[in-house]
Design a protein around this ligand. Structure first.
Ligand SMILES: C[S@@+](CC[C@H](N)C(=O)[O-])C[C@H]1O[C@@H](n2cnc3c(N)ncnc32)[C@H](O)[C@@H]1O
Length: 313
């Protein structure tokens, strides 16, 4: 899934100019509809991440609040592992006003985008970046009070190695928060397209099959992996989020991008009649998801919070 051609990490500070360091480029070699592809899909993927953040903003606020309760006072260094466009980075900068964030990602394009956003928000001097494959460890990081990993660990080839690296990056007593999801959100009523009942459920089943091949750690038992890495799980929760009308701004666009990615990922893997039906939801016509008032957004989100024991070397 991931090839670490050259695992040399590349540190940079957001207040300085963009780095074009020698850190490796992350190669997926496929686009499974959730991770990033390294070609022209980057912009679309970044937009999906930003729309997800907007649509589920109240959930993120609640989760960072719970993490802050467990972290206690004195959080000065947060690591956002697999930071993407910076959803977690910016939420955590707000949640911990006295902290700086090191945003880690294997994608230089994502980090460049995040740095631009940090500067635009006037937060450049509170954000550092580290371009690396999380599976290769977090070079030079040893004092993190909190590591935040949202929808990123399942992309790593060797999650156990990544968690060993996270443990080493945490100070004794520091926290790791792992936020995961069951795949892409669902949006459609069962009868969204006349004559094709259950369209989205079938597409999701086909996508699950694809994920099982290409993203085998999606849905992993993170609680067990955290324990095996020498971290003590203090919280584990699963929530089914369900958003109904009035939906947050951007929901239609979000549904359009997500279903478009599913259409692309399932090309040649789903019933052509289902793909044609899906197209009618994307083509700007009367059934287009950007025009509908019957969308319900459903997503299952999981959270694990684990601590590096205070008395371990
Ligand atoms: C689904 S996005 C999640 C982004 C962000 N955490 C969020 O919640 O919006 C996954 C991110 O992990 C990054 N990523 C994937 N594999 C990685 C790896 N092996 N090491 C570091 N980052 C990785 C991707 O480049 C992408 O930015």
């Amino acid at each position: 899934m991931t090839s670490a051609a050259s695992p040399s990490p590349s540190h940079s500070h957001a207040a300085a100019s963009h780095h074009h360091g020698p850190g490796h480029r992350h190669e997926h070699g496929h686009d499974h509809g959730q991770g990033h592809a390294d070609t022209g899909q980057d912009d679309v993927f970044a937009e999906v991440l930003d729309l997800d953040a907007a649509v589920f903003a109240p959930y993120l606020t609640a989760v960072t609040g719970r993490v802050a309760d467990l972290a206690g006072d004195g959080v000065t260094h947060v690591v956002d592992l697999g930071a993407g466009t910076g959803t977690g980075t910016f939420a955590l900068l707000e949640r911990f006003p006295g902290a700086r964030v090191t945003a880690v990602d294997s994608s230089p394009a994502m980090l460049a985008r995040l740095v631009d956003a940090a500067r635009a928000k006037g937060l450049g001097d509170r954000v550092d970046t580290l371009e690396t494959d999380a599976g290769a460890g977090l070079a030079g990081l040893t004092d993190a009070d909190l590591v935040w990993a949202s929808a990123s660990l399942h992309h790593v080839d060797d999650p156990a190695a990544a968690l060993t690296g996270v443990r080493a990056a945490l100070r004794p007593g520091g926290l790791l928060a792992v936020a995961e999801l069951d795949g892409l959100p669902r949006f459609l009523p069962d009868d969204a397209v006349a004559g094709r009942p259950g369209l989205e459920a079938r597409c999701r089943a086909a996508l699950d099959g694809l994920h099982a091949e290409q993203v085998p750690h999606l849905g992993a038992d993170w609680g067990a992996l955290l324990g095996a890495a020498g971290l003590t799980v203090e919280e584990e929760r699963t929530e089914l989020l369900e958003l109904r009308a009035p939906l947050p701004a951007g929901t239609g666009e979000y549904a359009h991008l997500v279903l478009g990615r599913i259409h692309g990922a399932l090309d040649g893997r789903a019933d052509p009649a289902d793909l044609a039906a899906l197209s009618t939801l994307l083509d700007g016509g009367p059934a287009d998801v950007r025009r509908r008032d019957d969308l319900v957004v459903r997503s299952t989100r999981q959270l694990w919070v684990a601590r590096r024991p205070a008395d371990t070397p």
